[in-house]
Write a protein that binds this ligand. Structure first.
Ligand SMILES: [Zn+2]
Length: 257
């Protein structure tokens, strides 16, 4: 299995073999550089693809035995978008998951309360959600994550168990912080790239393409076309026989402590 530990072992064995060959026959420097490049590429792959389970096993897909999917939204609450999203979900009678940015909660308490009251589930998406979040020390990350928990608790009285790392990046520091907080790391199997979508039609096609049992779909509250296509996405998924359920039900695990 391709993970950080196995990759490290294979890299060290290859390095040792190269050193032996170098000692006996001489090995050009480019071979060492190629070896290092391969190792760095694998680390990059493991950090940026949450489904790789390279550094940490994430929950990114439900059972294949139930024709069901879950919809998740990152980066809320957002004043101009989240209320319309909630209206639409209410109208379609669909539950979803919201991975919240802690610093955005203050001033938007009513929206967060509404999420819970209307049957949605809430997860932690860090307090600061800075671009360089994953480069912090794990202690700094852990404090940031706890601060987001505190904000969610202040408003809802619930302590989230679900954490979704900002930008989906996982490295040894993020892994340590997640394990220290005993969070369940929630990934996705369908990344819609809704924040970069060129058109509503393109986003809808991308979101529905390859939809399969157990999929966790990643949208963002603030995606330019997200609200516009959501109703069509729900109807198309349902027309193909998919139930849309909450991510905690899909993964058969508790969302709160
Ligand atoms: Zn995010």
């Amino acid at each position: 299995m391709l993970n950080a530990r196995n990759t490290r072992i294979v890299f060290l064995v290859l390095l040792l073999l190269t050193l032996l060959l170098d000692w006996k026959y001489g090995v050009p420097l480019c071979i060492y550089l190629l070896l290092l490049l391969g190792y760095l590429l694998l680390l990059f792959y493991g950090s940026y693809f949450i489904q790789s389970d390279f550094f940490l096993r994430s929950l990114w897909k439900g059972s294949k035995n139930r024709k069901a999917i879950a919809i998740t939204f990152d980066d809320g609450p957002v004043k101009d978008f989240t209320p319309r999203l909630l209206d639409l979900l209410k109208c379609e009678n669909i539950p979803a998951a919201f991975f919240l940015i802690g610093k955005s909660i203050e001033g938007n308490e009513a929206l967060v309360k509404r999420m819970v009251d209307e049957g949605h589930v809430i997860g932690n998406h860090s307090y600061s959600h800075t671009y360089w979040f994953s480069l912090n020390k794990s202690e700094t990350m852990f404090s940031d994550m706890k601060k987001c928990d505190d904000e969610i608790f202040r408003v809802t009285g619930k302590r989230p168990k679900f954490f979704r790392p900002p930008y989906g990046v996982i490295n040894p520091m993020v892994k340590n912080a997640i394990e220290k907080g005993s969070y369940a790391c929630i990934g996705w199997s369908i990344r819609t790239y809704d924040t970069n979508a060129k058109s509503a039609e393109q986003l809808l096609q991308k979101s529905l393409k390859n939809l399969s049992n157990g999929d966790i779909v990643l949208f963002h509250d603030w995606g330019q076309f997200t609200i516009g296509i959501l109703s069509a996405f729900i109807k198309e998924a349902q027309a193909h026989g998919f139930e849309i359920i909450r991510v905690d039900e899909l993964l058969n695990t508790k969302a709160y402590y």
